[in-house]
Design a protein around this ligand. Sequence first.
Ligand code: HEC
Length: 476
Amino acid sequence: MKILILLVLACACALPAWAHGDEDHDDDALETIVIGDVEIPAAPTYHEHARPILEAKCASCHQAGQIAAYAPLTDAQDAIYAAPDIKFHVLNGLMPPWLPSRANRPLKYNRSLSDLEIATLAAWVDAGAALGDPAEYAPAPSDVIGLPDIRADLTLQLETPYSPAEEVLDDYRCFAFPLDIAAPQFITGYAFLPGVMEMAHHAILFLVDSAMAGAVAALDGADGAPGWTCYGSSGLPQSGDIIAAWAPGSYGIQFPAGTGYRIEPGQIVVMQMHYNLWTTRQPDQTQVRLQLEPGGAALDELLTIPLSAPVEIPCPSGVDGPQCEREAALDRIAALYGEEMRGGPDRRLRHCRQTLAEYADNTGENARGYCDFPNRYPQPLTVFGVAGHMHELGISFRMELNPESEEPLLLLDIPRWDFHWQDGYEFVEPVRIKRGDTLRITCAWNNALSESPRYVVWGEGTADEMCFATLMALKQ
Ligand code: HEC
C-alpha cells in the first residue's frame, strides 16, 4: 500500500517568523510537514515491523540501567502497552531525542527516524498494535551509530564517588582533573563511560588554563562534596574551551584524522556532569578516556571558537514591576558576579556592532538575540562540528553561514530548543569558511516559561540566559 502521510507538528517554531521580519510568533502555530511518499505494510505487526525499529532506534535508552529505564521498550508487552505514546512521540519528532531539524546540513550520529520508520510505527499503532508471528522477526540492518574505538591513554575518574544533591531533580556538577602529563600532548579522541547510566544526562569537558588553579582550589569540595555546582559553563572566571561533549546514545568521538586538541602540563580538565534524578540517586564515578598523541606529532591543532550574541529579554505580557527594568537586571548581575560584569550586556551589543534599539521589538514571549561574525582570520577555517547553547527559556537556535547571500548554509537548525538535550554535532562533510564569509547565530527565548519572570540578560546562572555557540575548527 502506498500512502502519503501528512504530519502535523505542534511546534514552537519561532525562527521562521523572525527570519522573514518581525511578525508575532504564535505559540500554537502548527507546522504541517509532508513525510514523503513511502510504502508501508498493509497489516503491520510488532515482530515483523515495529520490533526491528524499536530495537535499533529506541532500546539503547529505553531499557533497564539506561536513561529511560522507567519506560522500557524491549519486549512486546512494553511496546504494545506504550503504543499510543510511541505514535505521538515519533510523529511529533519528540523521540528519539534529536534536536536539529530535517533542513539541517547532514550530521553524524543522527539518532532521528527515517520517513519510512515513522510511518511504519504509526501504521502499526493505527492498525491496533498487533503482535504478529515471532518467526517474521529479522533485526534491522545496522545502519545505527557506529561507535569509535578509543584508546585509554589517560583516564580521568573521580577518586571519591559523588552523590548527587538531595534537593534537586537536575544536578549540574563540575569536577577538576589536573592534567598529569610531563610534556604537551594532543587529544585525538575521547570516550565517556558514565558511572550510573540512568542518571547521566550529559557531560562536557572544558580545558582550563593553569591560571585557574586557584579558583578551582577555592570551589572544589567547598560544600563538603567532591567538585562544585556549575550550570551554564565550568563556573570558573574563565570558563575554558569545550573540548568534548557526551549525551545518552553516544559514546565518544575520534577527532578527524590528523587533528587533535593540544594540552599542556599544568592545564586542568573540568568535567561538567548533568545528573537527571527522576529514577535513581546513586554515587557516581564517571570515567573519561582520552586518546593521546605526543605534542611533537605532526598533527593540526583543533580550536574551539566561541561565539556569543546579546541577550535582551523583556518581561512577558501581564508582568510589571521594577524587576522588568533592564537596569534591575544589570544590578542583579553586578551583585551576583561582580561589578565588572555590569557592563557585560552593553559590551556584547558593541561586539556585535548593535545598539539596544536592535531589540526594541523583542517581547517577553518572543525575544531574539543574534550576532554576525565575519571571518577575519587571514586563512580559511575548516569547521568539523558545532554546538549551540542557551538555558531553559530558549525556544530555538540557528547558525547560518552567509545568511544574506544567495546560497546560505544552515549549519545548525534547532527549531525546538530543549535544554536537556544539548549536544555537540559533527558534520558529515566539514564546512569551509573563507576569509570574508559571515557566520550568524540567532537565538529565541520565551520568558513566559520562567517561574519568576524579570528582565533577563546574559549570565552563567540557572536564572540567567545565554546565546552561545562553539565551532570545532582548524585554521586552514
Ligand atoms: C538517546 C536516548 C533515547 C532514545 C534513543 C529514545 N528515547 Fe524515548 N525517552 C528518552 C528519555 C530520557 C525520555 C524521558 C523524557 C525526556 O527526557 O525527554 C524518553 C521518553 C519517551 C517516551 C515517553 C515515556 C513516558 O511515558 O513518559 C516515549 C513514548 C518514548 N520516549 C519513545 C521512544 C521511542 C519510540 C524511541 C525510538 C523510536 C525512543 N523513545 C528513543 C530517551 C531516549
